[in-house]
Ligand binder design. Structure first.
Ligand code: BG6
Length: 306
């Protein structure tokens, strides 16, 4: 008996796909191959989507899992090899060029044990402005007991291909003041808010202000511990040796597009990435895969005796 399903739906001006498996649901847009929602029925969302997200062509939606490629963040903060791929690095916007263009649907599958969908982007068929290189991206998403995301980049050219990238995942949390991220203890990180100084994480990460850090060589498994919602979001990655942790906090929240002034309290980003020294250089005809599994465990809280 098939328990999984895949359906095409229109959301505002965007064509999206809705996947379901047992109690879990996923929504993904063709634009940017951007995951928009991931949730279990009757529970708070796992992936966060802004209530002000604009379902319009030409802009990435605030929330979900935007794909940042062929560079992450400010191009001028990237290694020289990544900057050199662009003809006008001074004019380049943040987070690359593929999060707001349409990707091609490669296929959908409905099976007993999962629903899956695959999108592709090919720079020979759909060239990028000021980035004249031959590459293909394949984003596959599989919804089963876990959500599994795979981003493959292939070098279709005859020269080395240098890029940085991230799965810019927004996670929903009950209250940013109460949650913590486990797994980063003792990791080195770059504090981008303090002149990109190198620091080291002491203990679990708690949030008490604007946070924008690049963790270097984090472990494969990270966890978002959410005591109020009595759950842990588990994240298991391969092909990534850098992770960006971001929360805009009060002031930056007011400057962000498609973002409610108070929304910083209910989200955080953990962006599995290949940035800085972890940027990728692919020889011709080779490929790189960045993969991320996401699943929730429910935790019991012990109530104090009254
Ligand atoms: C994060 C960066 O990855 O993305 C932040 O570390 C940035 O500095 C954030 O503000 C959002 O970027 P954008 O382009 O989606 O507004």
């Amino acid at each position: 008996m098939t328990t999984a399903s895949v359906d095409r739906i229109e959301m505002g001006d965007l064509t999206c796909w809705s996947l379901s498996f047992n109690n879990s649901k996923l929504l993904i847009a063709e634009q940017g191959a951007q995951i928009l929602r991931y949730e279990n029925n009757g529970e708070p969302p796992i992936i966060w989507l802004s209530e002000h997200a604009e379902m319009k062509p030409g802009n990435s939606q605030r929330g979900g899992v935007p794909v940042c490629w062929p560079w992450f963040g400010d191009l001028l903060r990237n290694p020289d090899s990544v900057q050199a791929m662009h003809q006008q690095p001074q004019q380049a916007g943040a987070h690359g060029l593929v999060r707001s263009i349409d990707w091609a649907l490669e296929g959908v599958e409905q099976r007993e044990e999962c629903a899956s969908i695959t999108f592709s982007y090919n720079s020979l068929e759909q060239p990028l402005a000021h980035w004249p290189h031959a590459a293909e991206l394949i984003l596959s998403v599989r919804l089963g007991e876990r959500l599994s995301i795979s981003l493959v980049c292939r070098n279709l050219g005859d020269q080395p291909l240098a890029f940085s990238q991230a799965l810019h995942s927004y996670f929903a949390v009950s209250d940013i003041n109460q949650v913590s991220v486990e797994g980063l203890q003792d990791c080195s990180y770059i504090e981008t808010l303090e002149d990109w100084q190198a620091r080291s994480q002491t203990g679990a990460l708690h949030f008490s202000g604007e946070t924008d850090r690049i963790y270097l060589n984090p472990p494969a498994k990270l966890q978002i511990i959410d005591p109020l919602w009595q759950r842990t979001i588990n994240l298991l990655s391969t092909g990534s040796h850098s992770a960006v942790v971001w929360n805009p906090w009060i002031d930056k929240a007011q400057r962000l597009s498609q973002f409610d002034d108070a929304a910083w309290q209910q989200m955080l980003c953990i962006e599995h990435a290949n940035v800085l020294d972890d940027a990728v250089t692919l020889a011709p005809a080779t490929e790189h895969e960045l993969a991320l599994d996401i699943w929730v465990e429910h935790t019991l809280t012990s109530h104090p005796l009254v």
